[in-house]
Design a binder for this molecule. Structure first.
Ligand SMILES: Nc1ncnc2c1ncn2[C@@H]1O[C@H](COP(=O)(O)OP(=O)(O)O)[C@@H](O)[C@H]1O
Ligand SMILES: N[C@@H](CCC(=O)OP(=O)(O)O)C(=O)O
Length: 278
C-alpha cells in the first residue's frame, strides 16, 4: 500500500465508468440531478474525443423508492424488484434526456449472470457492446434487477454492480475501470466512522488485511460497500487491468484522472506498478 501520490497518465481508449447509488441519489432520497447531468456531459465529452465509454449505473432501486416516496428499502424480493422496474425506467429516461442534451446517443443493457455463463449469449452481448461502441454510442448497463434471482438453482444474480462493472470491463477488454462512489478512495479505515482514516493512493495486492478495513455500505440505498469494490479491484488486477476508486461528487474528476492527476485509490497489478514506477 502507498499513501504518497504518483502521476498516472494513461493512454485510455476504452473506459468503463461505474457510478453508485450514493452518487446519484442524495441521502434524503431525491435524485442528484447535478451529478447525472455532469456525468452525461463528461462522458459525452470523452466520446467526442474519440474514446469508447461504457457506463455501469446503479440507482434503480433508490430512484424507485423516491418515486413512491418510500424512505426504507423493503426487505421482500418482489417489492425490491418492482421498485427497480419503476426506478430503472425513470433513471434511463433521465440519462437519455441529459445525454441527448449533449448530442450523445445511449443504449441500455440490463444484464443477468447467465448472460455471461452461456457462450452463445455472452458472445451476443459482447457483439452488442462492440456494435454500440463502434457507432459511438454509450452503453448504459445495470443489473436486470426485476428478473434476477439468487435462490435455489436460479443463480442469475450478480448482486452488486461493483463486480458487474469489473466483469464488463474484463469481457470488453477495457483499458481502465473508474469506480465512482461517495468516498475519495480507499482508506485504511472506514472514513465515515474514523476521522483519522488515511487515503491509500495505490494498492498492488489485496490481502485479508485489506478486506479487514473494508466496511459496509455508506448510504441507505447502496448494496456492497467497500467489500464488493475490493472484489471488483481484485478481479481487475487478476486480469492484469487497473481500477481507480474516486469520488463521484463531481464527475469532471474522470477528466482529471485521465489527465494523470493523482486522485483516488489506484488498484494496479504488481507487474504494471513495477513498470510504471520505473
Ligand atoms: N476502508 C474504507 N474506505 C473508504 N470507504 C469505506 C471503507 N470502508 C467502508 N467504506 C464505506 O463504503 C461506502 C461506499 O460504498 P457504497 O455505500 O456501497 O457506495 P456506492 O453506492 O457508491 O456503491 C462509503 O460511504 C464508506 O462509508
Ligand atoms: N442494481 C441495483 C444497484 C445495486 C448496487 O450495486 O448498488 P451500489 O452499491 O449503489 O452500486 C440498482 O440499480 O438499484
Amino acid at each position: 500500500m502507498e499513501t504518497a501520490s504518483e502521476n498516472r497518465k494513461m493512454n485510455v481508449k476504452r473506459l468503463v465508468v461505474k457510478v453508485g447509488t450514493s452518487s446519484l441519489v442524495y441521502p434524503n432520497g431525491k435524485m442528484n440531478l447535478e451529478t447525472i447531468d455532469q456525468l452525461a456531459f463528461v462522458l459525452s465529452t470523452l466520446c467526442g474525443q474519440g474514446k469508447e465509454v461504457i457506463l455501469v449505473s446503479s440507482g434503480a432501486i433508490g430512484v424507485g423508492l423516491n418515486a413512491l416516496r418510500l424512505t426504507e428499502r423493503p426487505t421482500d424480493i418482489s417489492a425490491q424488484q418492482a421498485l427497480a422496474s419503476i426506478g430503472q425506467s425513470k433513471l434511463i429516461t433521465l440519462f437519455n434526456q441529459r445525454f441527448d442534451h449533449y448530442n450523445q446517443a445511449i443504449g441500455q443493457l440490463l444484464l443477468t449472470h447467465d448472460v455471461f455463463d452461456f457462450p452463445a449469449s455472452k458472445q451476443h452481448v459482447l457483439d452488442t457492446f462492440d456494435r454500440l461502441l463502434s457507432m459511438h454510442i454509450v452503453p448504459i448497463v445495470n443489473e436486470n434487477d426485476s428478473v434476477a434471482v439468487d435462490e435455489l438453482d436460479h443463480k442469475t444474480k450478480f448482486g452488486d454492480n461493483d463486480q458487474l462493472s469489473a466483469i464488463v470491463a474484463m469481457r470488453t477488454d477495457a483499458d481502465l475501470l473508474v469506480m465512482l462512489s461517495d468516498t475519495e478512495g480507499f482508506y485504511d479505515a472506514n472514513p465515515m466512522t474514523h476521522d483519522d482514516a488515511q487515503l491509500i493512493s495505490t494498492i498492488h495486492t489485496i490481502t485479508d488485511d485489506t478486506y479487514a478495513v473494508a466496511g459496509g455500505k455508506g448510504s441507505r440505498y447502496g448494496t456492497g460497500g467497500m467489500v464488493t469494490k475490493l472484489r471488483a479491484a481484485e478481479m481487475m488486477m487478476n486480469d492484469d487491468k487497473e481500477m481507480v476508486l474516486a469520488s463521484g461528487a463531481d464527475p469532471a474528476i474522470i477528466l482529471d484522472i485521465l489527465a494523470g492527476k493523482p486522485l483516488g485509490t489506484w488498484f494496479v497489478p504488481e507487474r504494471k506498478g513495477a513498470l510504471k514506477n520505473g
